[in-house]
Design a protein around this ligand. Structure first.
Ligand code: CTP
Ligand code: CA
Length: 229
């Protein structure tokens, strides 16, 4: 059973969350994707709703029930997720990019199933748009939270993404430990943000259920949001 917070620290806030993987079509029957389950993003959406927020959850293909009271928009590809996110963030207070967005897509999608030959084959990939960076770059950008799943140099890469994508906060985790992250029900993270003096601050969140981790991330975000007002 979910343990949800009793307080309503996010009452009146509109929060947009992306979750799950994206699928990038190769032909009508094949795609490129990744192992994201969507559980962390769905836990964030549920916790934000319980804290009083109005929540829009933009979900890639996942096998999860929509949290009570949450508005869900289903998408498949990164380009579709980008379009849905840009629409949803108008008037949003907080954007949380929790989706594992495919960085590349096949340049061409074949109209019919590709037949094998005796040769090897190559698929040319092109870059997908960076949804999180594009949200953070908007003129009236919401408070923007990113995720960084890394296998090495976790703190370094996370702080690099915080700066490069101009985020307000980033939640980093070490996915070289396969017992947490991706398909697991647990997670452990380090949060990084900048204080009023532009100094990077951090908070370690010990291994816990994704529901508990989600509440801790949102509590820290709510604190920073109230400082900004
Ligand atoms: N992200 C996004 N759109 C993309 C790629 C990433 O919104 N096209 C978001 C993810 O949802 C996540 C954050 O950016 O919140 C970091 O994703 P990650 O894959 O770690 O960062 P990249 O910038 O893609 O860098 P790399 O994969 O090279 O580490
Ligand atoms: Ca990436």
């Amino acid at each position: 059973s979910l343990l949800l917070p009793q307080n309503r620290e996010l009452a009146g806030k509109h929060i947009v969350v992306t979750a799950g993987p994206t699928r990038e079509a190769i032909d009508p029957v094949r795609y490129l994707s990744n192992h994201s389950s969507g559980k962390m993003g769905f836990a964030l959406a549920a916790a934000a709703q319980a804290m009083g927020a109005q929540v829009t959850l933009i979900a890639g293909p996942v096998n999860l029930a929509t949290p009570t009271g949450v508005t869900r928009v289903d998408v498949v590809s990164a380009e579709q997720m980008h379009t849905a996110a840009m629409q949803a963030v108008d008037n949003a207070d907080v954007f949380i990019g929790c989706a594992a967005v495919a960085d590349y897509r096949p340049e061409q999608v074949a109209d019919s199933k590709i037949k094998k030959s005796n040769d090897g084959m190559q698929i040319t990939l092109v870059r997908n748009p960076d949804i999180l960076a594009d949200v953070a770059a908007r003129t009236k950008a919401p408070f923007t939270i990113g995720f960084a799943a890394e296998t090495n140099n976790v703190a370094h890469y996370a702080q690099d993404k915080l700066a490069r994508k101009k985020l307000n906060m980033i939640a980093a985790n070490d996915v070289s430990d396969s017992s947490i992250g991706f398909n697991s029900d647990d997670n452990a993270m380090i949060l990084f943000w900048r204080d009023m003096n532009n100094t990077v601050q951090q908070q370690a969140l010990a291994r816990a259920s994704k529901s508990t981790i989600a509440q801790q991330i949102l509590q820290q975000a709510a604190k920073l949001l109230s400082n900004n007002q």
